[in-house]
Design a protein around this ligand. Sequence first.
Ligand SMILES: NC(=O)c1ccc[n+]([C@@H]2O[C@H](COP(=O)([O-])OP(=O)(O)OC[C@H]3O[C@@H](n4cnc5c(N)ncnc54)[C@H](O)[C@@H]3O)[C@@H](O)[C@H]2O)c1
Length: 278
Amino acid sequence: MSYNLLKGKKGIIFGALDEKSIAWKIAIRAYEEGARFTLSNTPIAIRFGEIEKLAKICQAEIIPADATNVNDITHVFTRSMEILGGKVDFILHSIGMSLNVRKHRNYDDLDYDFFQKTIDISALSFHKILQVAKKLDAINNWGSVLALSYIAAQRTLAGYNDMADAKALLESIARSFGYIYGREKQIRINTISQSPTRTTAGSGIKGIDGLLDFTDRMSPLGNATAEECADFSIVLFSDLSRKVTMQNIYHDGGFSSMAMSLKAMTQYNKCLEEEEKL
Ligand SMILES: NC(=O)c1ccc[n+]([C@@H]2O[C@H](COP(=O)([O-])OP(=O)(O)OC[C@H]3O[C@@H](n4cnc5c(N)ncnc54)[C@H](O)[C@@H]3O)[C@@H](O)[C@H]2O)c1
């Protein structure tokens, strides 16, 4: 259902790879809500992913860019403003990658070149996008910028590895830049801390199946899906959330406030009983 919440708004969406991507679902919802936007991802992701299909559905142009490269980001903004005919109103940062996770390097045996890449891709890229946008004056007053985070920024989760550090930095950048951009241009910057979600990046998390089951049992409302994350993102891009800024907002069915649920306890006790039988 469409409420025309983004009618007349223009944006840039970074990070849609395939139909499972959270950015993909957000792009679809933004289009349904009346927004016009450009899409960006790395040349390799464009070649091997399905973003061209999304571009057709949303009548959007794709602008290739490595989000760690300031020149590439500058091109995304200048080209987007040409295509869209002016400044943008919203930006989505939906970018994350850790070579340490991919190559199964444990947190106490990190490769530091990989670690720097994790930080650059998953967190510094957010600062770079914001800094380029500000220097080009590319966002309209009262615009909204969002990045996607995960609860591992606050609580330790086995196997989330150096991405936890990247997410902590990402959330801090949202606050630090949110202060400056808010003060000067009334532009708000927030992060959504999303439930674990089965995407290409999500599937890299160690033990994702067990994690999804656990968080679902722990959350009174169950895990939040990518589609639900898209709905919530639309609200944060819309004029209905004009005074929300510098926040990390949990979109996780209540998981972040739980310590133990009846459903999780029941399952845990079953496992203990099984163990006793052995
Ligand atoms: N899936 C989950 O469980 C989950 C939970 C909370 C937060 N998030 C976050 O959501 C965001 C989107 O991830 P997703 O789950 O939709 O997975 P995804 O794999 O679909 O998206 C990750 C995107 O990052 C892009 N990317 C990687 N390196 C890049 C670079 N150098 N420049 C530009 N783009 C680059 C990839 O091409 C891909 O499109 C990430 O920040 C992720 O950490 C995911």
